[in-house]
Write a protein that binds this ligand. Structure first.
Ligand SMILES: [Fe+2]
Length: 266
């Protein structure tokens, strides 16, 4: 068994059969290039993400999924509501998105990602998991902008996985994990999550962050596509606070809170 320190400051590569459920955050190779491409294809065309009008443009599809006796099923729901206690910037109102294609759960690459999250943390059957596949569109004009609008934050869940599906002509977009909102106590120092690599973390014990990105070559399209999945997810449907996540959020100025602005829906 690998002795994985929860306080490491370097990303760890851990093979899937090692005991890691108590590690606060770690990385692992998960998909090869063909599997990452297959997963992206299975999502269908990504729809708009109106909240990203306030940071780097992003397109996104979402799905709520459950595992029942080893098979994954999709629940029809096209929104999530993240309580403002976790996201003072874009929490506190229903955010509507296009749902992931029905091909999504037919993809073996998708199933590999979901099964990895479920088995790593012994997640129960029949409990919804929220999956988001999103693409940040980076240009010379928005280079250096925040990719999420949130800074260092928790998503309000308990367990989560982030898989990089594509890095196209970019530098930066380093991920990091911290014990504090100020970023003074690193668990994983900023690092590049490469295509096909996954980062798994305890979302109710540590905060995460992604740094801005810049195009490598100015005259070419630049993007980064990731899959993020969170457990539990019922509170994203109801907008209630997860009693098992008390990490909170950094406050933003009232004028910047999206819940206070006129709604733009996709
Ligand atoms: Fe996040």
């Amino acid at each position: 068994m690998l002795n994985c320190s929860a306080m490491t400051t370097e990303p760890k590569s851990i093979t899937p059969n090692q005991t890691i459920k108590n590690t606060l955050a770690f990385t692992m190779p998960l998909l090869n290039e063909a599997q990452a491409a297959e997963l992206i294809l299975s999502c269908g065309q990504l729809g708009s993400d109106p909240s990203s009008n306030y940071f780097t443009p992003r397109t996104k599809n979402i799905a709520y999924v459950i595992c029942f006796k080893g098979q994954w099923f999709q629940i029809r729901a096209n929104y999530f509501l993240q309580p403002e206690q976790y996201n003072d910037f874009s929490g506190g109102y229903k955010r509507y998105y296009q749902e992931l294609s029905e091909n999504f759960l037919a993809s073996n690459a998708t199933k590999k990602v979901l099964n990895t999250l479920k088995s790593t943390y012994n997640l129960p059957d029949n409990e919804p998991i929220l999956v988001q596949v999103q693409k940040s569109h980076i240009t010379i004009d928005n280079a250096g902008q925040c990719l999420t609008g949130q800074g260092i934050h928790s998503d309000g869940a308990e367990r989560a996985i982030l898989v990089c599906l594509e890095r196209n002509n970019i530098r930066g977009a380093k991920n990091a994990v911290y014990l504090d909102l100020e970023g003074e106590k690193p668990v994983l120092n900023p690092f590049i999550l490469k295509q096909g690599e996954g980062m798994l973390w305890h979302d109710n014990e540590v905060f995460h962050h992604v740094e801005p990105a810049q195009p490598l070559h100015d005259n070419q399209e630049s993007s980064r596509t990731v899959l993020i999945a969170h457990y539990p997810a019922t509170h994203y449907l109801t907008g209630t606070v997860n009693p098992n996540n008390r990490l909170g959020t950094r406050m933003v100025e009232e004028s910047k809170r999206l819940r206070a602005k006129p709604r733009q829906r996709s």
